[in-house]
Design a protein. Structure first.
Lengths: 427, 474
């Protein structure tokens, strides 16, 4: 009878032999490890599915073997069921048998229960040192079966339990990765030079970072973009009126200054736009702080520095800080910390031009506001056509967290904010 | 005096308070220790554990000398110099209290002698000999302890009616002493006076002495007391007490409902202890108290007031010094943000009667009342060579064992030196040891510690020095 490599689980169909755990002539028990196999995920022993006496080993260390390949043959005469070898003790019958990775022998230490322990379940035996460690690590000792007398949990049990948690976590990660990146081969490289002259410029590390960040956002966040326009005729007058005073104080009063204030107000009203999604834990994280990222166009590419506590600052402070941070960014003097911790992003292209566009959410944030250039448009007001200065607005959001209705309401409040900006906030 | 600010204030310098202050200082905190008495150390050191044990040791010699007659060694009658005995006892107390002060100084713990009063959650007014000192702080640990209860009916203002505090001063050796209350304080101090020559009568309202301990462990203590005391009366209440010349007239009512009138030279009232919660200003904080006045805490020693923690007797539970010291550690660790807990901690109890009584974990009675599936393994000291060599076979070691896991969940001991032996029981339970772990750990011969190993062997029916017919399959 031959022992073949059993199916190893999702996505794995082969591996390399890194250890042989039995020899010809050995009596092996059902469940006993026969070889150690390295797969893309782990090194794990392969258990025998039956008992018997090893006749011949058909693989050697270093061999790459596939599912179904013969590992060893058992002597035909060994029909009598062998006594379980001492290395594979039977699980204690009075306890629920621990759930374990399929390709592992029962280890001496660290078996576990996956079901939620009852709240009144008694604490198992463990020394004060182990109990303190468990408190520090946030481990419920009732999930671990101790390996010592009376089920006493010792350090080895805790260690094995943690290793298993890590193993499970990495498996889950591997599964997500497998889903995310279809294992398609990369597209064939094209020789563009055959149609005319070309110049090759390597991507800068910033360019690569932008590419990676935006691809990740594109892949992970199902995005919807909501368009609207705000009448900023009055706001523009207000800006002109106060621009000089701001100038004297060394600050530039721009549309972005107003946008920061208006967005911060709206975020307080609509906290779901000030969140991040923790995909692993399945939590939506609501942030009590409002730190707004500003997309800055630099020679090297897009950089998004972050203004802190926007809701707590007045327009003058915001305008000053905004100028400082934009200059620092263009001079590449911005620190890494100043690029982190944003809760929402504003991308104002109005300085350059442009109408509506579809910004990509700046993960891990869940929404971004894109502003175009305000342009005079024929608008119907009170039954009459009037020229009004209209600001194109585009709100992109992560539809996993935010719904369309919420986006419209948020947008309406933004429009209201631009159209009815209170002059008192300027003084 | 200028107000001072500190990180942690500890109110009360008993075995809970000074342990908390020292530990916090060791962890780098700025600590102020406030104590109303001039001497540090609290009840334990000044008028509790330490002086009572000194007197028990000294007076036991008298009994031992008498007992050694049948072993062929006789002494003349003892000469007792009470002043010298008291001075010796006080010298121990002074030495230890001085040691606490020295250790505080070494650690940079500021000590303030005076009465503390909470003006608010984070401000304390201390009435010192020099005047008022105001203190603000981040966190305070309340460790003000407890005091002996003296019910109104006994409080005649007569110094011959004593609590444990006065009894420990041994002003004289009363001819006739009444001890009201057969708890551990009454039994210990009753023994001191009985050894010194008093005729001691114990009255107890309950059906036996030392309630809380298992009956089989109490029995040797009771038998010894019946020999050493004049009388022990149970289910008996004190109805009336009054001064009659130099004596105290006491009316008691026994189980037969018949009143009895007697005269005693002194009365020791040992009917329990009450928390010292009065005049602390607790009403100015958010602290909550139970109906008896003990401060309510959680398993991290936190009170309902976020700035205040409470440890030791004032926090209720068993009123023992080592419980206070453990809670001190938990409180400080909670303050520094460590995940500490006092839940599930094994607190041993020791009664320093003759013979000593000690237990930890669950008692047999508790386990049975809770319906736990237990077995009890006992080893009588009559089978211990060591116990026979000092002529005290009146001892018993017993293990309470959880049947499903064979874990030791309780240990009870009665006999000479039980207080020292119980520590092994605590370790066994805390470590989650099984009865086999105890049986397989070699204990030295000839010692009393062997009785723990042999009790474990009794569980398997293979104890060397006793015979029990049942034999357990592994």
């Amino acid at each position: 009878m031959d022992l073949k490599l059993p199916p190893l689980g999702e996505g794995v169909d082969s591996g390399s032999v890194v250890g042989i755990l039995v020899r010809a002539g050995d009596q092996i028990a059902k469940g006993q490890g026969i070889i150690e196999l390295e797969t893309g995920k782990a090194v794990a022993p392969v258990p025998s599915h039956t008992a018997g006496k090893v006749a011949k080993i058909m693989v050697s260390i270093g061999d790459k073997i596939s599912v179904g390949q013969v590992i060893l043959s058992l002597e035909e005469s060994a029909a009598a069921p062998a006594k379980p070898a001492p290395s594979a003790p039977a699980a204690r019958p009075e306890r629920p048998v621990a759930a374990q990775p399929p390709s592992e022998n029962e280890p001496k230490a660290g078996t576990w229960v996956d079901e939620e322990p009852a709240p009144d379940a008694p604490t198992p035996a463990a020394s004060p040192t182990i109990r303190r460690l468990a408190r520090e690590l946030g481990i419920d000792l009732r999930r671990i079966h101790g390996s010592e007398n009376g089920g006493r949990i010792v350090m080895d049990d805790v260690r094995a339990y943690i290793q298993r948690l890590q193993h499970l976590a990495s498996q889950a990660q591997a599964r997500t990765d497998a889903l995310a990146v279809p294992s398609k081969p990369p597209p064939p490289r094209i020789d563009f030079a055959k149609w005319g002259a070309v110049t090759k410029r390597p991507m800068t590390s910033l360019r690569k970072a932008i590419a990676a960040q935006l691809s990740e956002s594109w892949r992970a966040a199902p995005r919807v973009t909501q368009f609207d326009e705000a009448d900023i005729t009055a706001l523009n007058e207000l800006r002109k009126k106060h621009a000089e005073i701001f100038e004297k104080k060394g600050a530039r009063l721009t549309l972005t200054s107003f946008a920061l204030k208006i967005v911060a107000d709206a975020l307080r009203q609509h906290p779901v736009f000030n969140t991040s999604l923790d995909e692993v834990a399945g939590d939506v994280i609501y942030k009590e702080y409002i730190h707004i990222g500003l997309a800055v166009d630099t020679e090297q590419g897009l950089i998004v520095p972050v203004l802190r506590d926007v809701d707590k600052k007045d327009l003058l402070t915001l305008s000053t800080e905004m100028n400082e941070i934009a200059t620092k960014t263009r001079d590449r003097k911005i620190s890494l910390e100043e690029l982190q911790g944003g809760t929402f992003t504003i991308s104002n292209q109005g300085g350059i031009g442009g109408g509506h566009f579809t910004p990509i959410v700046n993960r891990p944030e869940t929404a971004i506001l894109g502003l175009g250039r305000g342009a005079l448009k024929a608008v119907v007001r009170d039954g009459k056509i009037e020229p009004r200065l209209m600001l194109p607005m585009a709100l992109s959001y992560d539809h996993r967290v935010i719904d369309g209705g919420a986006a419209v309401r948020f947008m309406l409040d933004l429009v209201k904010g631009f159209e009815n900006f209170d002059e008192k906030q300027l003084i | 005096m200028d107000p001072i600010h500190t990180e942690i204030v500890v109110l009360g310098a008993g075995p809970g308070g000074y342990a908390a202050a020292f530990y916090a200082a060791d962890l780098g905190k700025k600590v102020l220790l406030v104590e109303q008495e001039k001497k540090l150390g609290g009840v334990c050191l000044n008028c509790g554990c330490i002086p009572s044990k000194a007197l028990l040791h000294a007076s036991k010699m008298i009994f031992e000398a008498r007992e050694s007659a049948h072993r062929g060694i006789t002494f003349g009658p003892p000469q007792i110099d009470l002043d010298k005995l008291r001075a010796w006892k006080n010298s121990i107390v002074d030495k230890l209290a001085g040691g606490v002060g020295f250790l505080a100084k070494k650690r940079g713990v500021q000590v303030l002698i005076g009465r503390g009063y909470f003006e608010g959650s984070q401000s304390l007014r201390v009435e010192t000999a020099e005047g008022q000192q105001f203190v603000t702080y981040d966190k305070a640990i309340i460790a003000v302890g407890s005091k002996a209860a003296l019910p109104k009916v006994f409080d005649l203002g007569n110094p011959r009616i004593m609590t444990s505090t006065e009894a420990l001063e041994v002003e004289d050796i009363p001819e006739d002493l009444l001890v009201v209350g057969g708890g551990y304080i009454g039994m210990e101090l009753g023994s001191v006076y009985a050894n010194l020559g008093s005729k001691v009568v114990v009255v107890e309202a309950l059906a036996g002495i030392l309630s809380g301990a298992d009956a089989d462990l109490v029995r040797p203590v009771l038998q010894y007391a019946q020999k050493n005391f004049r009388e022990l009366r149970f289910n008996t209440k004190v109805m009336q007490m009054s001064t009659k010349a130099k004596k105290i007239r006491v009316v008691t009512e026994g189980p037969d409902k018949v009143e009895k009138e007697e005269l005693f030279d002194r009365v020791l009232v040992s009917v329990g202890r009450v928390p010292r919660f009065h005049d602390l200003g607790l009403e100015n904080t958010k602290v909550e108290q139970d109906e008896r006045g003990f401060i309510k805490i959680n398993d991290k020693q936190e009170t309902a007031d976020p700035a205040l923690l409470a440890i030791g007797d004032i926090a209720g539970g068993v009123l023992l010094a080592h419980k206070a010291s453990k809670e001190a550690r938990v409180a400080v660790e909670t303050i520094v943000g460590e995940p500490s807990t006092s839940a599930g901690v094994i607190i041993p109890a020791v009664v320093f009667t003759d013979p000593e009584l000690a237990w930890c974990g669950v008692t047999e009675a508790e386990a049975r009342a809770k319906g736990m599936e237990i077995e009890v393994a006992k080893f009588p000291w009559g089978a211990s060579g060591r116990a026979l060599t000092f002529d005290r076979p009146d001892g018993l070691t017993k293990l309470i064992i959880d049947v499903a896991t064979e874990r030791v969940v309780g240990v009870g001991l009665v006999g000479h030196g039980a207080g020292e032996l119980i520590a092994e029981g605590v370790l066994a339970i805390e470590m989650g040891a099984t009865v086999r772990d105890l049986a397989e750990s070699v204990h030295p011969h000839p010692t009393l510690s062997e009785t723990i190993m042999e009790a474990a062997e009794v569980y398997y029916g293979v104890s060397t020095h006793t015979f029990s017919p049942k034999r357990r399959e592994e």
